[in-house]
Ligand binder design. Structure first.
Ligand SMILES: Cc1cc2nc3c(=O)[nH]c(=O)nc-3n(C[C@H](O)[C@H](O)[C@H](O)COP(=O)(O)OP(=O)(O)OC[C@H]3O[C@@H](n4cnc5c(N)ncnc54)[C@H](O)[C@@H]3O)c2cc1C
Ligand SMILES: NC(=O)c1ccc[n+]([C@@H]2O[C@H](COP(=O)([O-])OP(=O)(O)OC[C@H]3O[C@@H](n4cnc5c(N)ncnc54)[C@H](OP(=O)(O)O)[C@@H]3O)[C@@H](O)[C@H]2O)c1
Ligand SMILES: Cc1cc2nc3c(=O)[nH]c(=O)nc-3n(C[C@H](O)[C@H](O)[C@H](O)COP(=O)(O)O)c2cc1C
Length: 617
């Protein structure tokens, strides 16, 4: 390894978490005596030494930091697929990465079976070709908060890299700097350990005049704009939850397959943004531009749009943000409290006051009234507001001009009020506006392939769809496409069945009329609905599946082409349905529990059991 201390940073990311962390690491390299090389998505490997020109010799010596998330069911993000394909090339010499040193940080979510598998796959591939790791592979969990792993992982990274470059001498100094408390002795509670160092602000915010950008509709790679052209409430007014059907039309040609999802950019709740701006004492109509060095990052735009569209003001406050908020407090008690929550010593207090209460920036500011941070601090330390995914509840062959969605409004009780989810609150307001005949702002969307979760190409493949609640959404698209294909085809179509679950027939039987029409027209051979709250005991889709197990087992065991699709809540529902199918194989297929489980694994491996599940956190 040369001693130029040059570090390249690469990322694999779909919704921007890994990219944001990679960019931060890249920006901080200089502070730690390291030189910043490139910062690129993994698919741009051709621009780095990883793409060796000479097939026979190893790549030149280089240090890399990789930050990579996980998608699908343990798959890698889409902006890494070409890189992984490249790594599989047979022509590489066995140790062609022997001069490469690396550190890998994985992002994932423990709700998924294959936690952080993207980072595991990357590390396996790097090791296989002789690359050497200089630091342990981090596994950050979205379920409990990425920053709980990301912050200590980055803190330790500098030391590990400097040691590797042979600069142990400067490592202790860096360590001390990392652990340093606020230099003002009167302010710093010295008994706390591991208070993050105060954040250095890199972004510059300037007041601007002149034309203002419309942040809401500026599209970036792959995105397009659409407008609401239909909306209706799918649940009855007596139901204690609300599910909306929303239609979005676009001037762009819509191109997607049944099963695909769309990411939708959303805006924070306007009242919360106003409340935040009032605390900051900033006029929301003030026009600002944000610069990183000389580069314009965002703007010119109104501050209320910057906070509304770009920053996640809802997720639990990070320790780094709390540390900065402590510095912005004038009351000693507020400051001590915030320092404690941001310190390693205060881990339990952080969990109790921030994570368990899902306390956002606004909650923290309301609870620590002397804290009035500058807008610059927030723009630097708040995470980016992520778009949300929604499965298409339509097929382009059936409704070519509009894509349909079904979304369930998230509601959480905070203190004595009910807060709606960021996206579902925003989308629900759009639906209501549309129904009231008001103008609705354009939406910015982007389609995302759901990989294997798509209907079979041939009509003669029988399949079973299982989708309680909003999990039924993609199956509307399956059935719409099928109804068109059946008309066009002369071949005999195989049977398809749908298992749907809801609370009561008269409150939340989503798409009852549409599904009945598909049954009447022969597109859907069999519809089974589990009404969970109409009986003394709960009845779920898996209970229906078990009760009708004989037919189902015959199909799964005897027809080698048959498939099962599961969609919706990835927690208890998916576990329950998989258990239900396993017991069907035991009860009607004469299998032992172990054999039935093996059969389920085999079905999944051969893409005959396909899941598309999501988690609400
Ligand atoms: C591929 C894919 C397809 C999807 N398809 C659909 C679909 O078709 N239909 C659909 O409805 N959803 C779908 N989802 C889920 C969807 O993307 C969103 O996650 C969901 O709509 C919630 O978004 P939100 O912004 O309204 O909620 P968020 O604001 O992100 O809230 C999410 C969670 O945080 C909790 N929470 C929020 N604020 C607080 C608080 N203050 N205190 C305590 N808890 C809190 C909520 O209870 C909830 O559990 C899909 C997800 C994926 C990944
Ligand atoms: N935090 C929020 O505000 C929020 C908002 C939307 C969705 N979610 C969560 O997301 C999930 C799906 O939401 P949704 O609106 O699409 O559907 P949903 O109405 O919550 O659920 C659809 C049907 O699935 C049933 N169900 C519950 N647990 C199940 C299990 N373990 N196995 C099989 N079926 C089960 C429900 O029954 P019962 O309800 O009668 O048990 C209901 O009949 C739920 O877990 C829900 O809690 C949360
Ligand atoms: C559709 C979908 C599938 C996912 N699948 C997995 C998975 O199989 N394993 C895992 O550990 N995390 C999974 N995740 C969680 C993401 O890896 C995690 O949210 C991460 O922070 C996303 O980072 P990114 O914004 O850089 O893409 C999934 C997330 C989504 C939205």
């Amino acid at each position: 390894m040369g001693n130029e201390r040059l570090v390249d940073v690469m990322y694999g990311s779909e919704t921007g978490n890994a990219e944001a962390i990679a960019r931060r690491i890249h920006a901080e390299l200089g502070e730690h005596g390291l030189s910043a090389g490139c910062i690129l998505p993994l698919n741009s490997y051709e621009q780095t030494c990883l793409s060796h020109v000479d097939e026979k010799s190893p790549v030149q010596s280089r240090m890399f930091v990789f930050v990579i998330s996980t998608y699908g069911d343990g798959d890698v993000p889409f902006n890494t697929d070409r890189f992984f394909k490249y790594l599989r090339k047979k022509s590489h010499p066995v140790d062609f990465l022997r001069n490469v040193s690396y550190a890998v940080l994985g992002l994932g979510d423990t709700n998924y079976t294959n936690f952080c598998n993207g980072s595991k796959r990357l590390e396996r591939a790097l090791k296989k070709y002789g690359a050497k790791n200089v630091y342990y592979r981090g596994e950050a969990d979205d379920e409990i908060g990425l920053h709980l792993v990301v912050e200590p992982w980055i803190d330790g990274l500098w030391d590990a890299m400097n040691k590797y470059f042979g600069a142990e001498a400067i490592a202790p100094a860096l360590q001390a700097q990392t652990e340093k408390l606020d230099p003002s002795p009167a302010k710093a509670p010295t008994q706390l350990n591991g208070v993050p160092k105060p954040a250095e602000l890199k972004l510059r915010v300037e007041e601007s005049v002149g034309p203002v950008e419309n942040s809401s509709t500026k599209t970036e790679n792959g995105e397009f704009t659409g407008r609401v052209c239909g909306a209706r409430l799918l649940t009855s007014t007596s139901c204690d939850k609300r599910v909306w059907h929303m239609e979005v039309e676009s001037d762009n040609n819509l191109s997607y397959q049944p099963g695909d999802a769309f990411s939708v950019r959303v805006r924070n709740n306007a009242e919360e943004v106003d409340e935040l701006l009032a605390i900051l004492k900033v006029d929301g109509n003030k026009v600002i531009s944000i610069y990183d060095g000389e580069n314009l990052v965002n703007g010119p735009e109104k501050v209320k749009d910057t906070l509304g569209w770009r920053y996640d003001i809802r997720s639990p406050a990070s320790k780094k943000l709390l540390r900065a908020l402590a510095d912005s407090s004038t009351d000693a008690a507020d400051e001590q409290r915030l320092l404690l929550w941001s310190s390693r010593t205060g881990r339990k207090e952080y969990e109790a006051n921030i994570l368990n209460k899902s306390a956002s920036l606004l909650d923290v500011l309301l609870g620590n009234p002397s804290c009035v941070p500058s807008i610059n601090i927030l723009l630097e330390l708040l995470p980016a507001l992520q778009p949300r995914f929604y499965s298409a509840a339509s097929a382009v062959e059936y409704t070519p001009r509009a894509v349909h969605f079904a979304f369930s409004v998230v509601e959480a009780e905070v203190a004595s009020s009910v807060r709606r989810g960021v996206a579902t609150g925003y989308l629900e307001d759009l639906c209501r506006k549309f129904i009231d005949g008001e103008r609705t702002p354009n939406l910015v969307l982007s389609s995302r392939s759901s990989g294997k979760f798509k209907p079979p190409a041939e009509l003669d493949v029988p399949y079973i769809m299982i989708g309680p609640g909003t999990g039924v959404a993609p199956f509307l698209g399956f059935l719409q496409q099928r109804s068109v294909l059946r008309v066009d085809s002369e071949n005999l179509a195989a049977d398809v069945s749908l298992y749907f679950g809801c609370r009561r027939r008269d409150t939340d039987h989503l798409y009852e009329e549409e599904l009945d029409r598909f049954v009447e027209g022969g597109t859907l051979s069999y519809l089974s609905v589990a009404f969970s709250r109409e009986h003394e005991h709960k009845v779920y889709v898996q209970d229906k599946i078990k009760a009708e197990g004989q037919q189902l087992c015959k199909l799964l065991v005897e027809n080698e082409k048959s498939r099962v699709y599961i969609c919706g809540d990835g927690g208890e529902m998916v576990r329950g349905v998989v258990e239900g199918l396993t017991s069907v194989l035991q009860d009607h297929g004469g299998m032992s529990k172990a054999d039935a489980k093996l059969k389920m694994t085999a079905l999944e491996r051969s893409d005959r059991l396909i899941k598309d599940v999501w988690y609400w956190g």
